[in-house]
Design a protein around this ligand. Structure first.
Ligand code: ZN
Length: 328
């Protein structure tokens, strides 16, 4: 306090909370810790890590620390982390330590519904999809408020869309159905979802398009038959929280970047090859979500004193695979 007053900060208070201020900078000591004789005020600061230049990621020839690989994969459990490493030919080293970002993120999940027993599952990839929309309290910086998730019953492969409005559902799902038919010759027979309005609209539109899909409706808030996708959401949200913890983002950024983080989480999830899953794409490189790095500026005219690069946060790969999504 004495130091900040010497440096020209103004000191003020709001009830018990002490604030210091200078120009645009404000710091509020919002933690009140009671002591025997009164109280002390504190503030929680975030540790800043990975502030070096972003280095490229995995080289198959050298080994990778298992804890680092766990972070790169978006916080899969230890067993899955090891299985995935073997599948993709990544050599792991070191001992798996319990991850504090996961401990905070994945504290016991209550009442996650059980999935359908294996023998009742579809055998044919693309035959049956489970569909569910999850709504988030705050909009992301890009305006997304809803997470639309589809899970393939046969192999657990996932497709995600981030929507501003639920009414975007039909357009996204119909485009996906056509894409899967054209590229993988999938003939989707069943979509299992609740009977919310946007799903009824989807059914109507797919009838109009002659797609020949049967919609199996479950009543809202009775998730049991739709357990597959409920469980997928629970797992993905756990990983999203771990990734946000690991990226040391403040509340505003956690909320603003949830859709970017969720995109990265579901893309990484599709690398999972445990159980009977067979991911069909090999990854070229991975970077840790939220890693801070330096990106070269592309402006043609640069001032002599202007930095050639700028600090940015890595958020994931661009959809068209042509680059990476970063935030300056
Ligand atoms: Zn973790």
């Amino acid at each position: 306090m004495t130091y900040s007053i010497d440096k020209g900060f103004e000191l003020g208070n709001q009830g018990k909370n002490i604030k210091i201020r200078k120009g645009d900078f404000k710091l509020k000591f919002d933690r009140i810790i009671n002591t025997k004789s009164g109280y002390v005020c504190g503030v929680i600061t975030k540790r800043k890590k990975n502030c070096a230049v972003a280095n490229s990621t995995l080289e198959k020839s050298s080994s990778v620390d298992v804890n680092y690989f766990h972070e790169l994969l978006g916080h899969f459990g230890e067993e899955q982390t090891r299985v995935i490493a073997i599948y993709y030919g990544v050599k792991l080293s070191g001992k798996f330590n319990s991850c504090s970002d996961c401990a905070k993120a994945k504290a016991k999940q209550a009442n996650v519904p059980k999935g359908i027993p294996d023998e009742k599952r579809s055998k044919l990839p693309g035959e049956r999809f489970f569909l569910l929309i999850s709504s988030i309290k705050t909009r992301s910086f890009g305006g997304s408020k809803f997470w639309l998730l589809l899970v393939d019953d046969a192999n657990g492969f996932k497709f995600s869309y981030f929507l501003k409005r639920k009414s975007e559902t039909a357009g996204k799902v119909i485009a996906l159905i056509k894409h899967l038919k054209a590229t993988l010759n999938y003939q989707i027979k069943y979509i299992c979802c609740d009977n919310a309005g946007e799903n009824r609209t989807l059914e109507e539109k797919s009838k109009n398009e002659g797609l020949g899909i049967i919609y199996e409706y479950t009543a809202p808030n009775t998730p049991q038959p739709n357990g597959r996708v409920e469980r997928a959401f629970a797992t993905l949200y756990g990983r999203v929280r771990s990734m946000l913890n690991s990226a040391c983002l403040n509340k505003e950024f956690r909320q603003g970047l949830w859709a970017e983080c969720a995109t990265t989480a579901y893309v990484l999830d599709n690398l999972d090859c445990s159980g009977n899953k067979k991911p069909h794409k090999a990854f070229k490189y991975l970077r840790k979500f939220g890693k801070i790095g330096i990106v070269t500026k592309k402006d043609k005219i640069k001032g002599k004193l202007t930095n050639r690069g700028e600090e940015c946060i890595y958020l994931g790969h661009a959809k068209n695979h042509s680059g990476e999504v970063v935030l300056f």
